[in-house]
Every structure is written in C-alpha cells, then in structure tokens.
Design a binder for this molecule. Sequence first.
Ligand SMILES: Nc1nc2c(c(=O)[nH]1)N[C@H]1C(S)=C(S)[C@@H](COP(=O)(O)OP(=O)(O)OC[C@H]3O[C@@H](n4cnc5c(=O)[nH]c(N)nc54)[C@H](O)[C@@H]3O)O[C@H]1N2
Ligand SMILES: Nc1nc2c(c(=O)[nH]1)N[C@H]1C(S)=C(S)[C@@H](COP(=O)(O)OP(=O)(O)OC[C@H]3O[C@@H](n4cnc5c(=O)[nH]c(N)nc54)[C@H](O)[C@@H]3O)O[C@H]1N2
Ligand SMILES: [Mo]
Length: 870
Amino acid sequence: MSNLLKKAMDYKFSRKAFLGWSAALTAAAFVPSYGLKKITPEAAAEKLKDEGEWVPVACWHNCGGRCLNKALVVDGVVVRQKTDDTHSDSPDYPQQRGCHRGRSQRHQVFGPDRLKYPMKRKHWAPGGGNKELRGRDEWVRISWDEALDHVATELKRIKEKYGNESILGTSRLLNFYGGALVRWGSSSSGAWGIPQETMTGFFSWAGNDRLDWRNAKLIVMWGSNPARSNLGNPTYNLLQAKKAGAKFIFVDSNVTPSVKTLADEFIPCRPGTDTALLLAMAYHMIENNLQDQDFLDRCTVGFDKDHMPKGADPKENFKDYVLGTYDGVPKTPEWASEICGTDPKVIRSFAQEIATTKPMIFTSSFAPARTYRGQQYCQAFLTVGWMTGNVGKPGAGVWTMNYASNQSYGGKTLVMGGDTGLPPAVNPLFPDATYGAYDGYRWANPTNPKAHGMAYCETYDAILNGEYTGTKGVGGGKVKCDIRMIWLVRDGSGYNFLNQSSDINKGIKAFRKVDAVFTNDIVLSTISKYADIVLPTTTPWEKEGTILQGNPEAIFVFKKVVEPLFEAKTEQWMDEQLAKRIGLDPKKVYPISEKQQFFNSIVGAQVIKADGVNYEPLVTITQKDIDEWGVKGKPQIGKISLKEIVEKGVYQVPRSPHDNLTVIQGEDFVKDPKANPITTKSGKLEIHCQALSDKIAAYGLTTIPPIAKYQPPLDGYEATFKDWKNKVKGKYPFQLITMKYGRRSHSVFDNIPQLREAYPQDFWMNPKDGEKLGLKTGDTVLIESAYGKVIRPLTLSEAIMPGVVALGEGAWVEIDEKTGIDKAGAVNVLCGARLSGQGEEPWNTTIVHVEKYKGEALLPDDQWKQRIIF
Ligand SMILES: Nc1nc2c(c(=O)[nH]1)N[C@H]1C(S)=C(S)[C@@H](COP(=O)(O)OP(=O)(O)OC[C@H]3O[C@@H](n4cnc5c(=O)[nH]c(N)nc54)[C@H](O)[C@@H]3O)O[C@H]1N2
Ligand SMILES: Nc1nc2c(c(=O)[nH]1)N[C@H]1C(S)=C(S)[C@@H](COP(=O)(O)OP(=O)(O)OC[C@H]3O[C@@H](n4cnc5c(=O)[nH]c(N)nc54)[C@H](O)[C@@H]3O)O[C@H]1N2
Ligand SMILES: [Mo]
C-alpha cells in the first residue's frame, strides 16, 4: 500500500509512466471517498497534504448537476479529489457538493482505457473497406497526420461526389463546409417542448425559486426521482421544504430513493398511463365542483364551452370530454383504474387533496413525457394543475422541471458566464439547428422550408432505406436521401446516438452501411467502438479553461489541471487541421484562440445587482491580468478578482429567504392577465390549444387533439395483452421503464469499475411476477422485446409495481456476436425506434418478455475487461 502510494507520487505525466500509474491507481491505491475497497484514503491525504496543491476541476457531464470538485495535484499528478469547501454549508447558502461520480472523475481522465492515440480499424479503406467489421475489427494506432489525411480525404470525396446532404452530423467545421443533415427531435425532455411553448408560452418551463418551495403546503412530484437523477443539492433543497412543513406526494411506478427520502404518500401508476389517472382526477374535481373556476375563467381558455378560444368548436372543451358528454365515456376513477392501476379510492382522495390544499406545487419531471404520443401527458398534467388555481403565488406553481437549472430548483439566473466571442456558424441545410444547440432539445421548427434532416428515431431507417419523413415546411411526404457519412468529429456537445438512442441493433446495421464513420472521444464509447477512425480528445482537465453553468446561483471556472495526455488534442485543434486539408481557412473557422475564448467568457460574466433586476460585470480584470494571460481585453471592475475566481473555481450568490432575488413564476400574469398576457396565441394558458395540435401535425409523425385526451400509446400497457377484455397477456407482458441510474451520467462513467461495483446494473422486477416465472434474485434473466435481447442479473424488489420492470439507461452495449444478445443491459437494445409527435423518443413505453436465461451466468461487470485498445 505505502509502496503504491509512493509509486504514484514518484510518477510524472510521462507517457511511459502513465499506464503503470493509472493501473496502480485503479487497482488499489486511491479510491473514491465512498471507500469500496480496504484502504484509508485519510492516511494518504494526510501524507500528501503538505506536498500538493488543491485545484478546482471540471465535472462537465450532462447530469444536470453543476458542482464543485477539487483535485490534489502533487508533482503534476492528481492523487485525490474532494468537493466544495469554499464556504461553510447552510440550507440557504449551500456548498455545491459533488457526487460519487464527480469524485470519480480522475478514474475517467486517467483511466487505463483513455484513448491515447489516433486509431483506425484494421480493415477500413477509403469508401469503407470491410464495413461489416465495424465494431468487431482490430484497432491499429496511426499518426495524427495519417488520421487527419484519411478523414479529410473522405470528407472531400463524399461531399464532392454525393453532396453535403449525404453527410450526417453537426459541427462548426461542417457548417463552414456547406452543412450537413441534422437529426432533430427531443430525447431529453420527451414531449414537453411544444406543449410548453404553445400552451404556456414557455411560462412554466422553470419553477419558483428554491427558497419559495419552503412556502408550499403540498408538493406533488410526478415521475420525478431527484435523489437519483438530480444529484448535488436538489434533494437537500426539497428536504428544507419538508422541514418547513410541506407534505410530499410522489406518482411513479417505482418506490424510488426519492420516495423513501421525502414522500408522505406514494401513488402507484403504470408507465405511459398517467393521462388516464389525471383525467380521472379532473373527473372527481368536476363532479364535486372543486376546480378553481375563477382562476380558470380569468387565466385560461378551453376548460368549458363558455370559455373557448376564438374559432374553436365549443364541443371540444375539456370539461365535456372528461364528463363524456359527447363520446359517452365518463373518465371516472373506475374507468382510469383499469388502465393506470391506481385504486379508484386513492384517485379520489388524491384529487380531493390537490384541489383543496393551498398553496401547492404541482411538478413533473420529463420521464412520463418520454412516452409514445407523450404530449397527451403534458396537456393533462398542465390542465389538472391549472384546475387547482395554484399559479403565480408564493409556494404555488404548475411546471415541469428543467433539470439543467435544477441545482437549486428554478428561480432566475443570478450569475452567468459570458460569450466566447466565436462568431456563430449556421448550418446552411438546417439554419434552425445552429451550432452549439444541444441535441436533446433540438426539436425542429416543422414549418421551416430549410430543415434537411430527420427525427432521431428515423435516422437508421433513413440510412438503410434512403428516405425519411419530411416536415410540413419541406413539403411533407417522404424525402429521398443517400447518407454516406456519419460525422461525430464533434465539438463536445452530447449526441444521443447509438447507445443513447432507440434501437441499437438497427443502429449498428446502419453504421455498417455507410462509407465512413469518424468520431472524436475520450474513451472508446459505443459510437466510437463502431467507428472507422477515432481521434483522441482532451478532457476539460487538459484544456485552457472551461466555464460551467446551469445552476442559476453559481458559475464554475476551471483552468487547465494537467497537460494533454498522450496524443490527445482539443476539438478546435482537430477542426483547424482538418480545415487546412479541405481548403478552408482555419482562421475563419476559429478566429480566436481557445485561451482568448475562455478569457472572453470570464470577462463577459454577469452577476445580478443589489436591486435584484439589473446585472453588472462579475470579474475584476486588471491590465496586469491581461498581460499575464497574453490575451486581448480591457480592464474592468467587478465583484471578484480574476485570481480569486480561478483559485476558488466558483462564484456563488449568497441567498437568504428574505432577499429580493426570489421568483414567483407568473405572478404578474395571474394578478392581471389582460395587462400582462403570456406569449400564447390567446395570451392566456391554453387548455384547448389549436397551435399545439397544428404544430404536432406539421411534423408528420403522429397527431394530437387540442385538449388532453387519453389515447393508448403504441407499446403501452394495453399492448401487453392479446385479449384486453378478458385480461389475457400477450407475447410481451411486461412494461419496461428505463430511468437514470446512479452509476452514470447517461453512458458517461459506465466504464469505471468502482462505480460499476457500487451500482450494479441489475434488472428489477416485483417478487410476485418473479414467483410466477420461477425466478429469484441473482438469476440471470433474458429480457426480450420486438427489437432485441438483453441478459442481466435479476433483483426482485417490492419497490416496483407488479407488471412493470426496470433497467437503468446508459450501460455500454456489449453484443455477443454469436447470439446477438447484449450482455451489458443497454436499454436501447430493447426500446424500438418509433416515430412520435415532435420526434420525442418514446422510451418509457416499451414492452418486454422475461425468462430465465439458459446460458452461462454473467460475471459481475465490474470484473469485465475495460475497452483498452492501446
Ligand atoms: N444519475 C443520473 N442523473 C441524471 C442523468 C443521468 O444520466 N444519470 N441525466 C440527466 C438528464 S440529461 C435528464 S434529462 C434528467 C432526467 O430526469 P428524469 O426524467 O426525472 O429521470 P428518469 O430517471 O428517467 O425518471 C424519473 C422517474 O420517472 C419514473 N417514470 C418513468 N416512466 C414514467 C411514467 O410513464 N410515468 C410516471 N409517473 N413515472 C415514470 C421513473 O420510475 C423514475 O423514478 O436527469 C438528469 N440526471
Ligand atoms: N432508453 C433511454 N435512452 C435514453 C434516455 C432514457 O431515459 N432512456 N435518456 C436520454 C437523455 S435524457 C439524454 S440527455 C441522452 C444523452 O445522450 P448522449 O448525449 O449521447 O449521452 P452521453 O453518454 O452523455 O454522451 C456523451 C458522449 O460524449 C463523449 N465525451 C465525454 N466527454 C467528452 C469530451 O470531453 N470531449 C468529447 N469530444 N467527447 C466527450 C462520451 O464518450 C460519449 O460518447 O440519452 C438519452 N437516452
Ligand atoms: Mo437529458
């Protein structure tokens, strides 16, 4: 042990030393502070304390959390991590503490499986070579020159021969080179985007300030599990609301860690059936005249026939639909219960409680809208929430949570980074999808005449069959295409591809069809495993600097920690080298250096003034700073010196419950809707929303009526039966949910053995179902859908509803080439690519068959070989 320690300290970041050092590290010496193996990190820390320097380090992944991590650097080697200790902790002004993943970041940056050199698959040749070998070929190390020459030559060849429309990808470089086809849709927020925009004018996208949550009497958390999917402070913030007296009700098919921590009541509901439950709640409220009629009349349109928007059919009102006036089907709790599985008595008491408890926060996460035709859920959720009148008041609100600003649950942005100064680069084939837009939110404008590309879920069919669905803007119908290249030499944004998008098996076929697949990456993630040439990228620890934001009360500033490892290069460097080779001027693509961009974003950082309304510069910059950094700029006065923010890594706005920074969403609108209309067509909240119906129709995928109605989703609960009336189950009797899991941020961190050990990738099922199938905990089970097969160890747990099964999303797919079965538990092998609404991926409506696996049992995946290719 002490030898290993010493060894780690002695090593410098030389190439030779790296492998030995990092292997020693992952094997035994330093492990994260949750202490899985027999070590005493305290002793190590003590010894190293005086010799090293603690520096702030970025955790840049897409979990939504923005936390402060620090690394102890001894002689250029990162030997230990800790988290925020820049000020003492309190509920009002909490430390921004990192989670177990952020604190494992060094196992990722210095993991033995880091990509070290440009790599090419052995049987690749211009035009593709043996394409069938993608994902199973050997890898060969090549030089940077060779790699860049290959990539540039192919890019030029394909553009010249087939045109820009034959390239699929988004990057700044491609936008300068004539553009490319874009994949659009919504992965992250499911169907929330368009209903938010059209029904609320983006009004309820963000919630009240986290401190205001403490004013609520009741908080309903619908399909939300912040204890797993919003690590950092959100659960802590909610605990403060609980301490202040709020009652918590959760609606889920799963008794999650959040339910265990916060809930006073748990309402079970089958996945994809929430709309039925909500309609029945509305029924109970209408039946007993519990709705806030005054609020509905003043602030909404479409609730009843007397308050319809202009031009709408009075029969198409929500109240009459719920009562069954015209369709003859009253949406009673008994009607709903058969579908959603919730006891009618519970539905009534739940409805009674939300209608009579004020103030109430009625909030939903994205998961229930990641379902087929998920808009119906958003419509029903907003409508029922509005029926209670809990809008625009302290401790009240109806909203979905934008997880990215969720560190503190809503509120206004109090501090933000500045612009890098890089001029925008528009994709000529798809001007809506400008560079830098995060893929997860890139729902297209369906009436734009320039929208060359397809919904995420149609990508593989487009590649395999040469056509995709055109939106209204491009004339509708089928659009022909000939996709030759998958371009993932990207600029750092997320991708929602292959591992993270529906139907991995079809995706692999599509990857094996095109002429070329190029990526850049930090590890051999799934997209890179199936590529031809993979370029090694620096992590933010090895870059000039990174500003991270998303937490409305803090920004994070990180400088380089170590020099680029091995031959890793920045994305900008790669683009510049490629630009030269394809005849573009690198200085036009990137007119400013990476250092200058970092500096600009610090200079441009803004913080809210004492008046709570206006903003002022955050950072003081002196001429000396400018000279020392070797950048261009002007001195300015701010609230914190450049030196201090870089040393601390964070600027956080102190808060207290009586400060003037609290936000109540929609306060002005509710006080006087005529004087302060919202940006919907009617200026009010739209329960009947023709704009929603029209916009969804314009995508050409599925349709939605202007009011919330329940239509059974494709691959929903109803589809688990072959005979619904007599309740005889069919071929795929279980509903699968694929939720966020503690081991990872999506696919990121899944390669880290310590995290694998701490969070096993088990498949969960109710013991009643297990008993019927003769299964017990620990058995290896085969899970099969119409799209693929997965094997995983089973955990039987009362926490999950009978008939529902669950598997965390993001595991790195491992297809057994002989059987075609995935051993890792990659959910998107099971979730089919289905076209819905605004291109939302309908993951949580997936149905499967489960049986005992007859083959060899699985070795725990923390003992699997890592993907080390050099
Ligand atoms: N650990 C971890 N945290 C993450 C991420 C990560 O990858 N890992 N990713 C981040 C990102 S990008 C996002 S978008 C957010 C997403 O955050 P969420 O959408 O909130 O996350 P999920 O875990 O998918 O689902 C939350 C809960 O919804 C339940 N649920 C699933 N389907 C349904 C349904 O049909 N109805 C109801 N009522 N409940 C349902 C699940 O059981 C789960 O408990 O999480 C962020 N946080
Ligand atoms: N079935 C199912 N699928 C889902 C979900 C679900 O609930 N169910 N959730 C969905 C959601 S909410 C989201 S947001 C998407 C996310 O989907 P993605 O954005 O595809 O997910 P990540 O795993 O975060 O992908 C990050 C990629 O960037 C690479 N990378 C990491 N760091 C760096 C870097 O510094 N530089 C470069 N160049 N590359 C880097 C990683 O290796 C990885 O390939 O997944 C979605 N997929
Ligand atoms: Mo997401």
